[in-house]
Design a protein around this ligand. Sequence first.
Ligand SMILES: Cc1cc2nc3c(=O)[nH]c(=O)nc-3n(C[C@H](O)[C@H](O)[C@H](O)COP(=O)(O)OP(=O)(O)OC[C@H]3O[C@@H](n4cnc5c(N)ncnc54)[C@H](O)[C@@H]3O)c2cc1C
Length: 405
Amino acid sequence: MRPARIFDYNVTVINLPGDAKIVIIGGGVMGLITAWECASRGETDIVILEMRSLLGAGATQKAAGGVRAQFTTAANVGMSKYSQDFYRRRFTPEINPDFQYLEYGYLFVARSEEKLKALDNSMALQKKLGADAVRHITADEIKEILPDFNIDDVQGGNFSPEDGVVDPGDIVNGLDISIRRMGVQIFTDCEVTGIESKSNFNFVVNTGHGNINAQKILVATGSWSGEFMEKCGVNVPVEPYRRTLYISGPLPWFPKKAPFTFDVCTGTHFRPESGGIIFLKINPDEIPGHNEEPDWDFLENIIPDLIHIMPRLEEAAVIDAWAGPYAMTPDHSAILGKIPDSPSGVGKGMYIATGFSGHGLMHSPAVGCAMSELLLDGVTSTLDISAFKLERFDTGVLIHETAAF
Ligand SMILES: Cc1cc2nc3c(=O)[nH]c(=O)nc-3n(C[C@H](O)[C@H](O)[C@H](O)COP(=O)(O)OP(=O)(O)OC[C@H]3O[C@@H](n4cnc5c(N)ncnc54)[C@H](O)[C@@H]3O)c2cc1C
């Protein structure tokens, strides 16, 4: 006789609660940090629903970890200033004792007069908004930081020693443990398939494991937000674009504390990692979609840039790569705030934080603060996020961020 099966590994049993004050859809950094802010203020009747098996398995855990205030618009510099301060002073004591904000700096290098002028203009804006550490840097100074840098055609650049790098794993782990301790319930392998609006501020969230009644909803579905909100009858202009991050083998001569370095003429950027470097570049021919296979063919477009920037990188072996989704918006800036009311009833009590266009990890502390205030108080009091509202795509008052890579 065939023995009875004790475990069936193909079946995940999920016992969802019948209701929650706040349901957060998406267990990436935005969902987690917003839950942390709410729970820290005493609101723990929160359920996070994540469709993948691991938290952060969308874009968050794939991030290169760069944190910078060097943006070209006031809205994004403001988000960075708040977030850098949070990473510098609060994340370690309040969330994860192992977390580190490594302030190795960000270096933007221009190889044309035109690009240098653009860097000058953005530096003026950054300084005006309190990002005082950003300064002009000469080709010779770049050589002091990175002795193997090819400065033959370098016109100069911008450098901020207060920018740096964080580890997405430390962020996700810290938030996961901290919010579970405070009583937030997290369910993975649990995709939200629809939302029904019962009446004002009252929703039914549908999943394959049952429904949850919710008073308020935060949509934090990253690069899936466009498709997800379409099902709810709301147009959210977010498209998924694959980005591949390549990893070199050991490079003993490469400075371990080198800044995250951007060649603004080609868009190629790199930083030290695990004894070698990691490097990226936007593929302008990438088509929107949820392809998360590394793009090995595109490597041949980056190698010549890298060798021009630093000829000694010819010695580097490329040993690995991973790819993840960028959630791109038309003006390369986030969508934050209340979802406008719609005739179907969707909107009332529904909030969204999405479309981070490649700079979400660095801005997550500011997003968590603002979204928790909206969820709990109905208004923001710490940060003005009105520039990021969804309605800007109808009014045409866009942000136009050009420092998105
Ligand atoms: C290769 C790469 C490098 C990057 N480098 C940097 C960097 O250096 N600095 C930086 O600041 N940012 C970087 N980013 C961007 C950063 O990772 C994102 O902006 C940030 O993680 C966005 O967080 P999120 O929570 O909005 O999205 P995600 O982390 O994608 O989380 C959204 C979650 O929602 C879940 N979900 C979607 N639909 C549903 C549904 N219907 N039901 C339930 N769950 C659902 C998804 O599974 C996903 O886990 C990088 C991204 C990539 C891909």
